[in-house]
Design a protein around this ligand. Sequence first.
Ligand code: ZN
Length: 324
Amino acid sequence: MSCGDPVLTFGIIADVQYADEDNGRNFLKTRTRYYRNSLNILHNAVNHWRQVKPRVDFILQLGDHIDGICKRKGSDVGLRTALGPLISFGKPVYHVIGNHELYNFSREQFIGTELFSAGREECDSPAVGCLYYSFQPHPAVRVVALDCYDVSLIGNPKDSDKYREAMEIIREKNTNEDLASPLGLPEENMRFVTWNGGLSSRQLSWLQTEVQEAEKLRQNVIVFGHLPLFQPTSDCVNLCWNAEDVVDVLHQHSCVVCYLCGHNHDGGDAVDGEGILHVTMPGVVERGPGEDAFATASLHRERLDIAGQGAAGSFSVNLRYPIS
Ligand code: ZN
């Protein structure tokens, strides 16, 4: 390794939403979704990562890897196709759960798929079946994966405590008959729709322990999840229900370098008051033929560089603890 080489390099991609279906529209009918083309962009990403020197160590897949409409022709077939390029790459891929995974699979089924990264040998999660986890790809780096649909109306059985909790939260904020619609709600309540969710108090305490431990070990923390946590990086409809609580936990310790997410297909980026870089990756599914939307992150001894391709931006942020 030459002295200019990064300590770690990883790929980032979000909202591939692949489906073997003709183009469709988003919920508000304002955007085209290019379901088949998203596979071409995924191939472009993997081909790009193959050429990165010295190498890409792993990939972060930020959720919604296949679209809900895959269900029509078979979710398993759709998932196999959409995982193909990533598997052929041969490096670990760390997934988080998005709403579209839950349109295709129950949480129990999800655990049986390749998307269940918490079950990987190198990943730590607090209990069997938990979808949130962390791993340490370098002694000075901890990557923390969130389950933003822990408390949600999708994925939790109707007779579960989590479903009841989600229903209570959503009913208090969303007065529409159709709970999938944010239309007409005050801006601060628009995120309380069926296709979003939040972190349980149990997950928040786990997150607290993760960042606390990382701080003690002087590890730089990279957090990723499907839903945006910081309003300047998302429209108000696509935020995690308890985004502010999550950010509060991240702010209690000074080890978090960045938060990476998807879901808000336009993408976005901002640095918050405590210096955490928030990057919402642009959604692959809304990029047309000839376009790209993925990034390659290089962790150097003093900083993290994120180099975007196509619609994805490029950023640089200092590490909390320079690596000696
Ligand atoms: Zn989503």
